[in-house]
Design a protein around this ligand. Sequence first.
Ligand code: NAD
Length: 351
Amino acid sequence: TTNSMNLLITGGAGFIGTNFVYYWIEKYPQDHIVVLDALTYAGNRDNLERADNHPGFTFIHGNILDQPLVENLLVSHHIDTIVHFAAESHVDRSIQGPDAFIETNIVGTHTLLKAARNIWLDKDPRPGHRFHHISTDEVYGTLKSDDPPFSETTPYAPNSPYAASKAASDHLVRAYHKTYGLNTTISNCSNNYGPFQFTEKLIPLMITNILAGKPIPVYGDGRQIRDWLYVDDHNRGIDLILKKGTPGQVYNIGGSNEQINLDIVHQVCDRVLHTFEQNKTLARTYPDCPCSKGIHPNTLITHVTDRPGHDRRYAIDAAKIQTELGFTPKETFESGFQKTLNWYLTQPPKT
Ligand code: NAD
């Protein structure tokens, strides 16, 4: 139909991108989706297996740093919307080696912006185009316990190489709107959790370690505060911005769900134990899990040396996207976590 969209999803084989592809295919089956993903350690082609049956779905194995490739995709697939997830995303890796973060997050985002400008504003003008950039609340730095949450006007103060690279990319997106008139939007979201997340991140790491009977590492005193959002709530926020957002605007997305890391760890332990009590067959699949022997998994909690420069508290003021676009999260931590756990329980056990 004339209203259908042609989307280029960068990083669509990663955690949030994969969930976004499934969200979009289900809600807008008439749209065309092209995923561009370099399949780094964090990307998994198999994540998108179910999407391959969808007639409007195309997967391209390639790098966002390849400008001719991106330009070719924009023209040949008549792309009108870029949703840019591709990034190096793990703070600990950015501390060990920042170079890949500068390349993909800064130079890569700039390459996409250049391609979009060349094609959409010059060679193949597309008045209805949109470049949506996915970013993080970590660009705002850290909060003290009595500070108000981050709003869209909070000054940038990134503390890790990851956060600094995302901050730089946000500024470039803004500049391409102000300078060249590219139709851009940006969302800065809090910590996500859900299916398909790589096991280096806190929640999947906890789940897989509990199932394998391995220690659950907790940084420092575990009193850091994060605002957790179920991944499909993030994706509904992006959907609202794409459909109703104002060009040039920034929207914070959050769950209004501030939690102390250690409390999250305990809730996760409680829920895994509860799930094993409800479903006795799990004990056979996960013989090394303490829950299989009726032992509480919180016995696995191990405090490890804190991450350098570890931000103490993040919290999002989501009033703008709530009042302007009608966003509200659907999941509580309890309901979202249960969905997440159920998905990890369908995956082959890790040893
Ligand atoms: P992820 O690490 O799971 O996935 C990143 C994907 O990008 C992978 O599939 C990877 O192969 C791909 N990629 C990396 N470099 C590439 C390149 N040069 N060219 C093409 N593809 C490349 O990340 P995620 O957790 O899904 O995060 C997605 C986006 O959301 C990132 O921009 C991240 O900064 C942002 N974000 C994440 C969170 C979170 O909690 N995970 C919160 C807020 C914002």
